[in-house]
Write a protein that binds this ligand. Structure first.
Ligand code: ZN
Length: 869
């Protein structure tokens, strides 16, 4: 939040254990129409880990709290006994153990930051991670302080029949004036960031789950009235997650009750509060009519993610926020494994890697680059990043690759045995993996220390007939604060094709039996690996399944890439070969693609589309031209205008050249599975690129008659991007049909802002005034502003600079309303030094304008300040 206090940098090296701990936390919430009173009784003791000589004054965190009263061991405190500053309450004289009682007044209705206690369409809810609890009451708001919570909530019974908090309900009753109360007790100690409260009038879907030891757990999914028909899938996903964690990791749920509440106003995807998850509606509500196939996958993934946190995050939590990847990297890895088991593993892996390349490589090459365990931060909310989450998951995945499934499980078991009930560090996790498997991973730790994307350069040398050598060299560019990098430990999964494009067996020593695939482990800057194989020449299939999060450099010829694309038995690398082929062409120095280049791609596509072995989901992925963001994210210097032109040229060519193929795919593919729908809609997209007038009716019919949102939205999207004159009628039709469904309205907004048309920005601005838009709702901001900036790359970067000015205007507006969302948008400028000098100057001007604001939040300040350095 913004305040008059100067931004302070916090360093990991300065960590000191808290001098005090809070054994018991007893809270009373009295909800009134325009304010809430919070009474907190804390049993505080000295931390046994503290070895300071003297007892210092206790500094409690507290932000935007009106202090009503304060008692120490039952005695009113004099003004001179404590000092209230903007972000802390300091009590000068305390003893080794004492009870502190405070009463504060807060204003949830006015809280637009969506952090702390706030209201969302008529109900109260909380968001406390990372440091939101301090907006509820004075507290030691840091994750190593784990406490046993008792909570009593009082409110109007008619308006808030439901009063929920963590753990189990232990008491309830009536009060005067139509009010009632419910009391909760959570038997598991937890840090404040896992606290939650919900009050409202909601519908509930109930179910049960019987755990592996035979305990019955009540499952309750709470949603706004009238939405029960969009809950079944989320509930089934929860049940599947609970089963999977038992089967794969032996982890059983611990409380008798598991609640999920869906709210429309939420900064992130969801939150793992103990026994009471709070979710963005986007990751709960889904039925065939309102949600696309991709939405269903998102619900399944996020439900699993939050459930998995119960063990990796809640039972074992983080000692301090620098350790965030301890819970997030690990939990993302677990949800990825779950999705791989539930869906197609290859498709899932491709989606994961696309995120790394488009967003994480970008972050790693920009001004906010940080190791998965950051060394410093100003505002912790800025570090819920693709680096901490997704690269963090890649690092855990490398451990899994190096140890194998059984070794990894042994390490996890030891980690749970050792640390259950504790707040620990990334180092503790690595240690458990090492100890359980008898390894020394000193070198592996560089993944936790160093930022930046390593570059792995490989070439293949032929030494003699049947004897080859892979020469590998790794390097890592400098990142802010880290000039010199040490080598990383890189697991490199490889296989080979021969010169006729067939997979071949090979060996690592002269006399060994041939294998299809092996794992090379690189530990030095330069290293060579011998390969024995009876073949005249070999095409290496390197870094299979993206076995390390690096940029691979190998000078493949177009023919070699085409042969890998046609026949690599590893589905991930097969897809990747196609992407590399197109990337090489799109990023080369030429201003246009040649006829030869175009025909290499269309021939390769035809082979893919005719391959009867390949499933339709993989086909759809294979025939997608790499996204602009991913191309920008992966490179250090980008000629944007040239890239846009070639990108368009390639898409138009593929649409036109293969028009008959797309048409026949469209007409012969059933729409029965998600893979079928995906391929069919991919075909429709290419057809419309080729000739939108001719195929318009097809799209219009599809939109009108679709019985599922995947097809209906795909049609709307191509229509919204067709020539002006056709589109408005169908945009209006969709609106009239869905205007009461908020989440569908988000899709409707997004469909309209990705049109590559000069006039689009005016339309985007007009949408901000639409009655269904609200700047205070993060989903809406993401649907319009986020989608324009990240999804309409060419118009955001329009050479006039008006896209940049627009984004800056929104950031300035949101800085006051919701700093977290504002800062997230400000990160969209972070790639600016990759562009031409004209665009650099235009972006710099906007960054300077933002930075010069009075009342700049710490969140936005940190992003723009780093960007300008
Ligand atoms: Zn998480």
């Amino acid at each position: 939040m913004y305040s008059t206090e100067k931004p302070v940098v916090k360093y990991r090296k300065d960590y000191q254990p808290s001098q005090y701990l809070i054994k018991n936390t007893n809270l009373l919430f009295q909800l009134f129409d325009d304010y809430t009173l919070v009474t907190s009784e804390l049993k505080i003791t000295r931390n046994p880990l503290d070895n300071r000589e003297t007892l210092l004054p206790i500094e409690l965190d507290g932000v935007e709290l009106e202090l009503v009263s304060i008692h120490l061991d039952g005695q009113v405190l004099d003004d001179s006994d404590y000092e209230k500053r903007a972000h802390t309450l300091i009590i000068n004289k305390v003893s080794e153990t004492f009870n502190l009682t405070t009463v504060v007044k807060i204003l949830p209705h006015k809280n637009t930051s969506l952090e702390g206690l706030y209201t969302s369409s008529g109900k109260y809810c909380t968001q406390c991670e990372a440091e939101g609890f301090r907006k509820i009451t004075f507290y030691l708001d840091r994750p190593e302080v784990m406490s046993e919570f008792t909570v009593r909530i009082e409110g109007d019974k008619a308006k808030y029949p439901l009063l929920l908090s963590n753990g189990n309900p232990v008491d309830r009753g009536e009060l005067t004036d139509g009010r009632h109360f419910v009391a909760w007790h959570d038997p598991f100690v937890k840090p404040s960031y896992l606290f939650a409260l919900v009050a409202g009038d909601l519908d509930c879907l109930e179910d049960t789950f019987t755990t592996m030891s035979g305990r019955e757990v009540k499952l309750e999914l709470y949603v706004d009235k009238g939405k029960l028909d969009q809950c079944r899938f989320a509930m089934d996903s929860l049940i599947a997650s609970m089963k999977w964690d038992e089967q794969e990791f032996g982890r059983e749920y611990d409380l008798d009750l598991y609640m999920i509440v869906a709210v429309s106003d939420f900064n992130m995807g969801a939150m793992e509060n103990k026994g009471l998850n709070i979710f963005n509606t986007k990751y709960v509500l889904a039925n065939k009519k309102t949600a696309t196939d991709a939405d269903f996958e998102g619900v399944e993934r996020v439900i699993a993610h939050e459930y998995f946190h119960n063990w990796t995050g809640n039972r074992i939590t983080c000692r301090d926020w620098f350790q965030l990847s301890l819970k997030e990297g690990l939990t993302v890895f677990r949800d990825q494994k779950f999705s791989e088991d539930m869906q197609s593993a290859a498709v899932e892996r491709i989606d994961q890697v696309k995120i790394i390349r488009a967003a994480q490589f970008a972050e790693d090459s920009g001004p906010m680059a940080h190791p998965i365990r950051p060394d410093s931060y100003i505002e912790m909310n800025n570090f819920y990043t693709v680096t901490v989450y997704n690269k963090g998951a890649e690092v855990i995945r490398m451990m899994h690759t190096l140890l194998g499934k059984t070794g990894f499980r042994k390490g996890m078991d030891l980690y749970f045995d050792r640390h259950d009930g504790q707040a620990v560090t990334c180092e503790d996790f690595i240690k458990a993996m090492e100890d359980a498997n008898g390894k020394d991973w000193s070198l592996f730790r560089n993944w936790y220390r160093q930022a930046g994307t390593p570059v792995l350069k490989v070439d293949l040398e032929k030494l003699a007939d049947g004897h080859f050598r892979l020469n590998c060299e790794q390097s890592c560019p400098a990142t802010p604060g880290q000039e010199h990098k040490n080598p990383f430990m890189l697991p490199i999964k490889v296989g080979f094709l021969n010169n006729t494009g067939h997979p071949v067996k090979f060996a690592e020593t002269n006399d060994a039996a041939g294998v299809d695939e092996t794992l090379l482990v690189m530990t030095e800057t330069k290293q060579s690996f011998d390969i024995y194989c009876e073949s005249d020449s070999l095409v290496p299939s390197l870094l299979r399944d993206f076995s390390s999060p690096v940029k691979l450099e190998y000078s493949y010829t177009q023919e070699e890439l085409a042969s890998l694309f046609a026949a690599d038995p590893n589905p991930f690398n097969r897809w990747d070969a196609g992407q590399t082929l197109m990337t090489q062409m799109l990023m080369s120095e030429t201003s246009k693609l040649t006829e030869d280049e175009l025909s290499v791609v269309d021939n390769a596509f035809i082979k893919i589309l005719n391959d009867e072995e390949l499933d339709n989901a993989l086909k759809s992925l294979a025939v997608m031209v790499p996204e602009l963001n991913s191309l920008i994210g992966m490179s250090d210097n980008v000629k944007l205008d040239q890239l846009f032109a070639k990108h368009k040229q390639l898409k138009v060519h593929l649409g036109e050249k293969l028009e008959h193929t797309w048409f026949s795919i469209y007409n012969t593919t059933s729409g029965d599975t998600s893979g079928d729908r995906w391929l069919r809609n991919t075909a429709l997209r290419y057809m419309m690129i080729a000739n939108d007038e001719q195929h318009f009716e097809l799209a219009a019919t599809q939109q009108t008659h679709a019985d599922n949102m995947t097809d209906e939205l795909a049609a709307l999207q191509v229509i919204a991007n067709a020539s002006e004159g056709y589109r408005s009628e169908y945009i209006e039709q969709f609106y009239q049909k869905w205007k009461e469904e908020e989440l569908v309205m988000d899709k409707w907004f997004t469909a309209q802002v990705v049109n590559d048309d000069e006039a689009i920005l005016e339309h985007v601005k007009a949408l901000l005034n639409h009655e269904k838009f609200s700047i205070e709702n993060p989903n809406k901001v993401r649907a319009v502003v986020g989608a324009f900036v990240a999804g309409n790359t060419s118009q955001f970067h329009n050479p006039t600079g008006q896209g940049y000015e627009f984004l800056a205007d929104i950031i300035i507006q949101l800085n006051k309303i919701n700093p977290q969302i504002a800062a997230g948008l400000a990160k969209q400028f972070n790639q600016w030094r990759k562009f031409d000098s004209k665009r650099q100057a235009l972006i710099q001007e906007q960054l300077v304008r933002i930075k010069s604001l009075d009342n700049l939040s710490n969140d936005v300040f940190e992003v723009v300040d780093k960007s300008l350095q």
